[in-house]
Design a protein around this ligand. Structure first.
Ligand code: ARG
Length: 261
């Protein structure tokens, strides 16, 4: 995770960002701290990446890489405003002894890649359409040696896979069908007949942008409907307020790069 000390909406690269809306950086920091404490309180180790000047989106740490079994496939950002973030993430993985693999294709890390260790021997779901290029899905498969299933995102509000789909545990997903092409919806129905389906209101409240440890599901406090759905599915919802970070087009999951040793 990376604290939003330099957070602001200085440019608009997704439909949620409006440079005329004021952002309360102090509140963003407080909300982010609560999220960090929540994850630590659930027993997870949180590493903190130092924010860098002129990189206001660094708080969305999920975009920096995608790591499976100790191998970290690095990010290559679509927009120039975020390009320099990749090096900061790389330095973290290099220093921590992870096997870092530099990308040649545009991809925004866990923003567009999800991992299901117990589905089909370890399956990667990958989004394309707005940020990550399909060529990066192929590269991820080569680098990680896991089957990668490409899913076409068609609604600009849900420009990253992690705004529309999340792993609830090692084999179960939840997703908002409307964010995907008809073909991708069909693929998802075939792969995950028991998925927890989210509706438009859940998705608009960033309810899919969640972090789950298989039991506790940490999600945006505005996503009350989604909280009820995950509870009905047998998980424990843990609500966190992240109103300020929503102005940049992100929520819980965007703030967290998961490390899979
Ligand atoms: N402002 C950032 C962008 O548009 C938000 C990134 C959100 N991150 C995510 N994992 N969905 O790139």
């Amino acid at each position: 995770m990376c604290p939003p000390e330099r957070y602001e909406v200085a440019y608009a690269i997704n439909p949620w960002m409006d440079t005329t809306t004021p952002v309360d950086t102090e509140l963003a920091l407080k909300q982010w701290e609560r999220l960090r404490e929540t994850l630590s309180g659930l027993g997870h180790t949180v590493h903190v990446l130092a924010p860098e000047p002129h990189l206001p989106d660094m708080v969305y740490a999920a975009n920096g890489a995608f790591t499976v079994d100790g191998v970290s496939y690095g990010a290559r950002f679509k927009y120039a405003q975020r390009t320099a973030e990749a090096a900061a993430h790389r330095a973290f993985y290099d220093a921590g002894g992870w096997e870092f693999r530099a990308p040649t294709q545009t991809n925004e890390g866990e923003g567009d890649f999800a991992y299901l260790p117990a589905a089909y021997g370890g399956m990667v779901l990958a989004g394309y359409g707005f940020r990550t290029e399909p060529a990066a899905h192929v590269e991820a498969q080569d680098v990680l040696g896991r089957p990668v299933v490409s899913l076409h995102l068609v609604d600009p509000r849900f420009y990253h896979l992690d705004t529309a789909l999340a792993a609830l545990d090692d084999r179960t997903v939840t997703y908002y069908p409307g964010a995907f092409s008809t073909a991708a919806q069909r693929v998802l129905r075939q792969l995950f007949p028991d998925a927890v389906l989210a509706g438009e209101a859940d998705a608009y409240a960033f309810g899919l942008n969640l972090v789950s440890d298989g039991r506790n599901v940490v999600l945006n406090s505005e996503a009350t409907g989604m909280a009820r759905k995950v509870e009905a599915a047998g998980y424990t919802p843990v609500l966190v307020e992240l109103s300020e970070l929503k102005k940049g087009g992100g929520s819980v999951k965007c703030c967290v790069a998961e490390l899979r040793p």
